[in-house]
Write a protein that binds this ligand. Sequence first.
Ligand SMILES: C[S@@+](CC[C@H](N)C(=O)[O-])C[C@H]1O[C@@H](n2cnc3c(N)ncnc32)[C@H](O)[C@@H]1O
Length: 79
Amino acid sequence: MEYLKHNEIYLGRSECKMLEIEPNSVALSFWSPPYFVGKDYEKEETFESWQSLLRQVIHNHYQILKPGGFLSVKKTTSF
Ligand SMILES: C[S@@+](CC[C@H](N)C(=O)[O-])C[C@H]1O[C@@H](n2cnc3c(N)ncnc32)[C@H](O)[C@@H]1O
């Protein structure tokens, strides 16, 4: 399998695209996910599908983070 290249920008659904990242290769993942606060890009989400999306993205981090790596989620200011 060919993994995503370093220093490139990719467009896609993170829960899918991140499966193409080389395992054990990420020291820090910093993300700002949808917060289910009524934004246009959340219109298709139910509360359950939004929770499922975040769970799936968090779950997918297990294979890509290096041992001791960090997953950091930006806190929203939209409330
Ligand atoms: C809270 S905003 C973050 C905005 C970003 N920090 C910025 O400054 O442009 C969440 C972003 O996640 C995108 N998004 C929603 N679902 C996504 C998904 N499944 N995969 C990747 N991005 C997604 C939305 O379109 C939106 O741009």
